[in-house]
Design a protein around this ligand. Structure first.
Ligand SMILES: [Zn+2]
Length: 239
């Protein structure tokens, strides 16, 4: 991932301060069976080992009391910043009068379960093997396909890597080189939104809860902290 395209710093001239900190919309994926959408994963993928409990929501596993009290073992939630393209129902980008592809769309946040992440990882591996490393999630767009109604409900998509470079990446490189002022401002806006929202992803994946809060959610008073049950990072090895 090029640092230039994903700045961690938010110091940019001419930026409207009011816009910084805007929460990007969460990406929902294709909502109708048969529909395809095209995205590009821009940021690194953040991971948190979490539990979910009503009343606490998604909270970070500390390998101790939570694992003792929860029926389900800790699992992962992952998140990243993406560019969602404006496309037709087949995932094709619009073209201008000269037949040139127009890159339009929105920066969004993608939150994934470990299962969904596995689908991305598998698609990445397949493409990488078939193209001798030329095509990966970093170099090409991703096509998400909704197969049937239950996919919509569970945000379960079929994932394929587009057999072409990442349009957003190409657009950004072109704009930087000799883009119009309007496009340059658009790119600056998008990059700032990305870096600001990237920092917020861990909190979106799960919040830190104290043992007191965890115990209270289970209707218990918190006594001595029991010894850790397993290593919460063990589950990461399966990804
Ligand atoms: Zn735990």
């Amino acid at each position: 991932m090029s640092d230039e395209l994903f700045p961690q710093s938010s110091t940019t001239m001419g930026w409207d301060d009011d816009k910084i900190g805007r929460d990007l919309p969460v990406y929902d994926g294709p909502k109708e069976p048969g529909k395809k959408e095209r995205i590009y994963i821009i940021s690194p993928i953040e991971k948190r080992v979490i539990h979910y409990k009503q009343g606490l929501g998604y909270f970070v596993c500390n390998g101790g009391l939570c694992c003792k009290l929860m029926d389900e073992p800790a699992t992962h939630r992952l998140g990243c910043v993406i560019f969602k393209y404006e496309t037709d129902a087949s995932g094709n980008l619009p073209t201008d009068g000269d037949g040139k592809v127009v890159v339009r769309g929105e920066v969004k946040v993608l939150i994934m379960t470990a299962k969904m992440y596995r689908r991305f990882a598998d698609a990445n591996k397949t493409a990488e093997q078939e193209t001798d490393g030329a095509q990966t999630l970093k170099t090409v767009d991703v096509i998400l396909h909704c197969d049937n109604k239950s996919d919509v409900e569970y945000k379960r998509w079929t994932i394929n890597l587009a057999r072409r470079a990442a349009y957003w990446l190409e657009w950004a490189a072109k704009v930087k080189k000799d883009g119009s002022d309007e496009d340059k401002a658009r790119l600056t806006d998008q990059k700032l939104e990305m870096s600001e929202n990237f920092k917020k992803i861990p909190a979106k994946l799960g919040n830190e809860k104290s043992d007191e809060e965890i115990a209270a959610a289970f209707g218990q008073s918190h006594g001595d902290t029991p010894p850790p049950v397993g290593d919460p990072t063990d589950a990461l090895k399966d990804l």
